[in-house]
Design a protein around this ligand. Structure first.
Ligand code: FAD
Length: 259
């Protein structure tokens, strides 16, 4: 029986910036500098502010009365965004498709990716995501389900037949032969196959991703993932993502940017 994903993609925050404020303050004291910090700023926000202030040693007497959030907004407004790269977050994505991850990994700058390998992991029990547009037509839904089901059956057949032959193979080459067999089998899997991916992105790269990808009305998965990521980083570093918001359009979230 083909397994269909009926939940929204899952986005789990796995890693966040850690800022050792005691060491930062101690380093400043060695230079006879003092930092007037903003109460309530998050570690990510303080790390960014500290890095920005280091550029001009704007601590103590040289420090403007700006709050952490005003300081970060000014960095962004001035285009001094390399400072944002010090803060990065790691996410686990499940329930997305290979089509989606193919788009995600096009983001080359400030991102790192680790995706479940279809050459290694058996996809006989893989799940599939049905695009929302198909829900309007029962006929297309059943055609889609039939095609997905057939693809997965052929996948299992290729694997079963070619892996039987592998059992007689020289163990020294078995690993590469198995890779070759799974590559052959996966060639019939559709783009709707579920992918699992861990990605890390810094704040500057995430802002670029949210701006370019989060607001494309016809891209359901991007919208869902971008909105879920934004909800998480809004809590992690509200000052960095204050110019992004989420609206509801057609029952799905859409990320908007005010710039
Ligand atoms: C609506 C839409 C439609 C798309 N359609 C297609 C499509 O049909 N076919 C397709 O192949 N892709 C398509 N893409 C993907 C798109 O071309 C980008 O590959 C993807 O969005 C990643 O964006 P990026 O290159 O800005 O990101 P990153 O690779 O993360 O780069 C970030 C920024 O760094 C700078 N940069 C990065 N690399 C270089 C470089 N080599 N030289 C100079 N500056 C650089 C640029 O300013 C860039 O914006 C589409 C994207 C969108 C949003």
């Amino acid at each position: 029986m083909t397994k269909i994903l009926d939940q929204h993609p899952s986005v789990v925050l796995l890693g966040r910036p850690a800022f050792d404020v005691d060491r930062a303050l101690s380093a400043l004291r060695q230079e006879n500098l003092e930092w007037r910090r903003t109460p309530g700023a998050t570690e990510a926000e303080e790390l960014i502010e500290f890095a920005g202030r280091m550029c001009y040693l704007s601590f103590g007497d040289k420090q403007s009365p700006r709050s952490n959030s005003a300081y970060i907004h000014r960095l962004i407004a001035q285009g001094h965004e390399s400072v944002l790269e010090h803060a990065a977050w790691t996410f686990l994505l499940r329930g997305v498709t290979r089509a989606f991850t193919h788009q995600l990994v096009r983001h080359r700058v400030g991102f790192a990716f680790s995706q479940l390998s279809q050459q290694y992991a058996d996809q006989s029990g893989a799940r599939f995501r049905m695009p929302r547009a198909l829900r309007q037509s029962e006929r297309l839904q059943s055609l889609w389900l039939k095609t997905i089901d057939e693809s997965q059956s052929v996948y299992r057949e290729i694997l079963s037949e070619l892996e039987d032959q592998l059992e007689q193979a020289d163990p020294a080459v078995a690993k590469e032969e198995s890779r070759s067999v799974r590559s052959a089998a996966r060639s019939v899997l559709p783009e709707a196959t579920e992918a699992v991916i861990v990605f890390t992105a810094n704040a500057r790269a995430l802002r670029h991703f949210l701006r370019t990808r989060g607001g494309i009305v016809g891209d359901e998965e991007m919208r869902l993932v971008a909105a879920a990521v934004l909800r998480l980083v809004h809590k992690e570093a509200p000052a960095v993502f204050a110019d992004f918001s989420i609206v509801d359009v057609d029952g799905l979230p859409l990320v908007q940017s005010s710039d």
